[in-house]
Design a protein around this ligand. Structure first.
Ligand code: HOZ
Length: 432
């Protein structure tokens, strides 16, 4: 149960859900398990607010774990979806909408010359790995400790997000042989990358990386680190995969790749590209993408890939976003994170705040925070106490330090002020 708010109906809903679904949820990070309570069951959301089944409303910084950059139930997205639904929910045949979205994505991220749509971020990264392996005719892949790329077998090694939250390094059910071909390296560790490529570079199919890590809180990949990945993969004939499922249209409108001016061979997308509907995509250089079926032999398929509703959600979201929105969102994120840092200072709480574009996180540690080990050393006890206090003050943040918080175009200056005040009240209560 929620410790400080009346959540009787949520608690009842959770008890019932647990009878029929493992842990009562359809994704573990929702369960509030590591903050020692039970989750809120959400009744509805509008703009930057969500309301639970008990009628409590919160300023939402989870935003469905990133997709809702226009906030909940944006009027134009809802209208477009209603119209699309009237025409049919799925055909299993091409629509012009898919080409429209692929073209829009290419214009926003020019490194994506061709695109294949899928139904989730997990499917996008899994397919990108198969593409890298098929294209290079090699098996080994490199990932970074604390990066999370969904829950497919090859990538579920030393992962962030829920794996980190629950302290699991790999999952029963992942065959050893799969993990054997996944080489892991600390994030932002340039020397470790060079050493690995010196030793095994010619066996490596690809490197997959979150250019700004978002599954251990927000940790930017340094310019040197990302440039080293580009240089080493090019030198050894491996592919560089930027996992921008979270950072795409979030770290910047043109993705994290635009911040570092580095072009990956393949990019994976999800979240914002579906405007809150189940979606994913992977794309990149034409000469690589043309190896996918039916043009090539690397197999990929999906009944709901390019689903008209999901694509409509993505198109109507991307169409509404302007450079001015990003300037405004960034200004608010800076005000928010500065405000939180000031409150922490006032109450003598060691804290490090990070933000990139529309993503932010507050680490309960004096820092610096550059990699997974740094996040593991954060004060979990204090995080937990403050988490419940924030809820009691109407602020909903991600229930783990291994996750990112987000902002939408609908968050107002007043929301930011209220949130900073809520952090102040939470810190006062937690240090009492
Ligand atoms: N991929 C999301 C961010 N870490 C979490 C969503 C989930 O696992 O349910």
């Amino acid at each position: 149960m929620s410790k400080l708010v009346n959540t009787e109906k949520s608690n009842q809903a959770f008890a019932e859900a647990k009878k029929f679904m493992p842990g009562g949820v359809n994704s573990p990070v929702r369960a509030f398990k590591n903050v020692g309570g039970s989750p809120l069951f959400i009744d509805h959301g509008k703009n930057e607010m969500i309301t639970d089944v008990d009628g409590n409303s919160y300023i939402d910084y989870v935003l469905s774990w990133g997709p809702l950059i226009l906030g909940h139930a944006d009027d134009r997205v809802v209208a477009a979806l209603k119209q699309a639904t009237e025409k049919g929910t799925s055909y299993g045949a091409p629509t012009v909408l898919e080409t429209k979205l692929a073209k829009m994505v290419h214009e926003i991220m020019p490194s994506i010359e061709m695109l294949r749509m899928v139904s989730s971020g997990t499917e996008a990264t899994m397919s990108a790995i198969r593409l890298a392996r098929g294209y290079t005719q090699r098996d080994k892949i490199v990932k970074f400790i604390g990066n999370y790329h969904g829950h497919s077998d090859s990538l579920l090694v030393d992962a962030g997000s829920g794996m980190a939250t629950f302290g699991i390094t790999t999952s029963p059910g992942v065959p050893d042989d799969f993990a054997y071909d996944t080489l892991t390296v600390p994030y932002n560790d340039v020397d470790a990358v060079k050493q690995l490529f010196d030793a095994q570079g010619d066996e490596i199919a690809g490197v997959i990386v979150e250019p700004v890590a978002g599954n251990m809180g927000v940790i930017p990949g340094t310019q040197e680190f990302l440039q080293t990945l580009r240089d080493e993969t090019t030198k050894h004939g491996s592919l560089l995969i930027f996992d921008e499922v979270m950072t795409g249209f979030r770290a910047a409108f043109h993705g994290a790749q635009s911040l570092r001016h580095i072009h990956p061979d393949i990019t994976t997308l999800g979240k914002v590209i579906g405007g809150g509907l189940p979606v994913g995509a992977f794309g990149g250089k034409r000469e690589i993408m043309e190896n996918i079926t039916p043009d090539g032999k690397i197999y990929h398929a999906g009944t709901l890939s390019g689903n008209p509703l999901a694509v409509t959600g993505g198109i109507s979201t991307l169409e509404q976003l302007s450079e001015a929105d990003y300037v405004a969102m960034k200004k608010r994120v800076v005000a928010l994170t500065d405000g939180i840092a000031n409150q922490a200072k006032k109450y003598g709480i060691p804290m490090t705040v990070h933000h990139v574009g529309t993503m932010w996180s507050a680490f309960y540690s004096a820092g610096p925070i550059n990699n997974f080990e740094d996040v593991k050393a954060c004060d979990q006890d204090l995080f937990e106490k403050c988490f419940w206090q924030l809820l009691a003050h109407g602020v909903y943040v991600a229930p783990s330090q291994f996750e990112t918080c987000f902002i939408s175009t609908k968050h107002t200056d007043e929301d930011i002020e209220k949130t900073i005040d809520a952090y102040g009240a939470a810190f006062a209560a937690a240090t009492r």
